[in-house]
Design a protein around this ligand. Structure first.
Ligand SMILES: C[S@@+](CC[C@H](N)C(=O)[O-])C[C@H]1O[C@@H](n2cnc3c(N)ncnc32)[C@H](O)[C@@H]1O
Length: 636
């Protein structure tokens, strides 16, 4: 094919999945690309040209302090907490009036930014300038050609002929490239069947790739080819090749190209259509935009924005869906160390981490539990929404992580927060009767790969099984900690920064089956993809569509899952249950045999004795860590 290794010719392959993804988004009716401003600008900043080498935000300490990923990473938490600061505060109603953001960096008395240090932008920013689309690169090419015309008129006939030949060659080359990268655009009779040796590696190729390592560009090209073939399989497949031949190769190539274990590549791949999966894997190679949350306990977003602009920070509101979020495009000062940051006027916080709190929607004077809260991004946002009234119990099993939690609580001026450290499974024994509970559960972090690439290789099948087991135990404790007679609340929000089904819908489904007095309700979030009601042969509660999934490739934010449960008094559902029992209607999730249910919910079954022992063991460990003599284990 004589492909020249010109950057512009190589680009279309990496860009292809994004186009494919667009189709998928429409199919799924994702209402909005949430970070709408970032679609404009941060893409320009972050577009990865070399997916294998994801860039990390340059000022990572100040950027990272706070999110879910940090939270998981217990070993890093102390430094993370002080640096990044997770969450938020603020009142959506009131403080920001109409929130029509009307700041102008050029007016007011904002000094011009000093020569840009681009603390928050990455290399791509400078690479891409202000444009990143395929259309842009096309137009670049066009202007080159146009610019060459007048010159060519003055050339000698010989030289002109040579140039014409070169142009012809280039055109042929471009056409070949177009065919390779745009197979789907061809008419059936132009394409015919694919010569499988062009796409699927021979045994010899495989052996060579296994010993010498695969060429990244070749593998990525093959990924694109296979995705396009799978997109219209009967039209493009090679003779005697099954869908499995292509998907097996695709998953192997995804694992090798993006650096995932084959196990995780397969797990994530299976959640999407092939084209959307590539969009997802691609998005995980690009850092998400840097965002902050204005702490409305101390300032208004408008005032904060102006103060930061005056310091040389370039920013914009995140999107219409939040009145407290700001996206940072670049800054001449470290955003994690400005006087405003130190004074607690904002939290460095991912927009996805706003969502569970918005869904929880805590009210003033309520009693709220944040069951797994360190380093406190969401706690502090709750505190702000509650305008420092009522009480937020901010719990985290990891005592060392509560240091950063306390630091954030103090910095942000949250006066209604009580910090504690228990295994969440000890609630409601420790304390119960809450109007609302947030369970932002410990998880595998498959939604935050762009921030923690280690997730690609350090999560085993067993980890997922154990995590989902823990999450199921925690969600039942969260539900049982609710005051079902609460006049204002009675809600649990369950969220994770993972996109895997067994940590999300699988857990919620389990809770619905175990607690008939619980029902799923709308999250109140304006966007997000609906949760799965069935996937991969697993069927979930029919209301699971009320849950919301957020994806890096769809919403330009970290992957997240948010669900909201209403916990009703048991008596209210008693009659209903009796009726349902008669009907044997297990599709409501209410009447399924528990044992069967547990087996279905994942291959992990619950054993109360074993759980008790584990909890006691954990309790003893915690006591030991606190210098307390561990209590003796009790037998049943
Ligand atoms: C996703 S992070 C929480 C992030 C936090 N909500 C925030 O917004 O800053 C999960 C947290 O769960 C804690 N954790 C793990 N196992 C726990 C358990 N059994 N009970 C309570 N917390 C637990 C971890 O220490 C970790 O801080």
């Amino acid at each position: 094919m004589g492909r020249k290794s010109k950057q512009k010719q190589q680009d279309p392959v990496p860009h292809q999945p994004r186009q494919a993804h667009g189709t998928r988004v429409t199919k799924r009716k994702a209402k909005d690309a949430a970070l709408d401003t970032s679609n404009k600008k941060s893409k320009q900043v972050n577009q990865a040209k070399q997916p294998r080498k994801p860039k990390q935000p340059s000022s990572s300490p100040s950027i990272h302090s706070e999110d879910e990923q940090d939270e998981q990473d217990a070993s890093d938490d102390a430094s993370e907490a002080s640096e990044s600061a997770s969450d938020n505060l603020q009142d959506l109603q009131g403080s920001d009036d109409d929130d029509e953001f009307d700041l102008d960096a050029s007016d007011a008395d904002a000094p011009q930014n000093p020569p840009q240090q681009l603390v928050f932008s990455d290399q791509d920013d400078s690479e891409d300038g202000s444009q990143d689309s395929d259309a842009d690169s096309d137009s670049d090419e066009q202007s080159d050609v146009q610019g060459a015309e007048p010159r060519r008129e003055k050339l000698s006939a010989k030289k002109s002929k040579k140039l014409d030949q070169e142009a012809l060659l280039e055109a042929a080359d471009a056409e070949a490239e177009m065919i390779r990268t745009n197979i789907a655009g061809l008419e059936p009779n132009e394409m015919g069947e694919v010569d499988d040796d062009m796409v699927l590696p021979t045994q010899e190729d495989k052996e060579r790739e296994a010993t010498e390592g695969a060429d990244a560009q070749t593998v990525y090209g093959r990924i694109g080819d296979i995705v396009r073939i799978l997109g219209d399989f009967h039209r493009f497949k090679a003779a005697n090749r099954s869908r499995a031949d292509y998907t097996d190769q695709l998953v192997a190539d995804i694992a090798s190209y993006y650096g995932y274990t084959p196990f995780l590549a397969e797990k994530l791949f299976s959640m999407f259509s092939p084209d959307e999966s590539i969009a997802f894997f691609d998005a995980n190679e690009t850092p998400r935009p840097v965002t902050i949350r204005a702490n409305t306990l101390k300032t208004r977003r408008r005032d904060l924005a102006q103060a930061l602009i005056n310091r040389g920070v370039s920013l914009e509101p995140i999107g219409k869906w939040t009145k407290v979020g700001l996206q940072i495009f670049d800054s001449s000062v470290p955003v994690g160390a400005t006087p405003e940051y130190l004074a607690g006027h904002y939290m460095l916080q991912s927009p996805s981490s706003f969502l569970p709190v918005m869904a929880l929607d805590p009210k003033t004077n309520e009693r709220v539990l944040d069951m797994a809260s360190a380093p406190g991004g969401k706690t502090s946002y709750m505190s702000a929404l509650m305008q420092n009234t009522g009480v937020v119990f901010a719990n985290d099993a990891n005592a060392s992580r509560t240091k950063s939690l306390s630091a954030n609580v103090h910095r942000l001026g949250c006066k209604n927060v009580v910090v504690c450290s228990y295994d969440g499974r000890q609630f409601p024994k420790v304390i119960g009767g809450f109007d609302r509970v947030l369970l932002d559960a410990p998880c595998s972090g498959t939604g935050v790969v762009s921030k923690d690439q280690s997730v690609k290789v350090n999560k085993t099948e067993r980890d997922f099984a154990l995590l989902s087991h823990l999450q199921k135990q925690l969600i039942l404790c969260a539900i049982d900690s609710i005051n079902t007679k609460s006049s204002t609340g009675g809600y649990v929000v369950y969220s994770t920064c993972s996109v895997t089904v067994e940590e999300d819908e699988g857990v919620v489904d389990y809770a619905l089956k175990k607690r008939p007095n619980v029902k799923l309700v709308h999250t109140g979030l304006e966007f997000g993809v609906e949760g799965f009601t069935n996937i991969g042969g697993k069927k979930f509660h029919k209301d699971m569509h009320l849950t919301r999934r957020f994806y890096p490739h769809v919403h330009n934010m970290e992957g997240f899952f948010v669900s909201k449960l209403h916990v009703l008094p048991r008596a209210v559902v008693k009659n209903k249950l009796a009726q349902q029992e008669k009907n044997d209607a297990d599709d409501t999730g209410v009447l399924v045999d528990d044992d069967e249910d547990e087996k279905e919910a994942g291959d992990v079954t619950f054993n109360d004795d074993e759980d008790k022992q584990l909890m006691q063991k954990n309790q003893r460990r915690q006591q030991k860590a606190k210098g307390i003599k561990p209590s003796k284990p009790t037998t049943k």
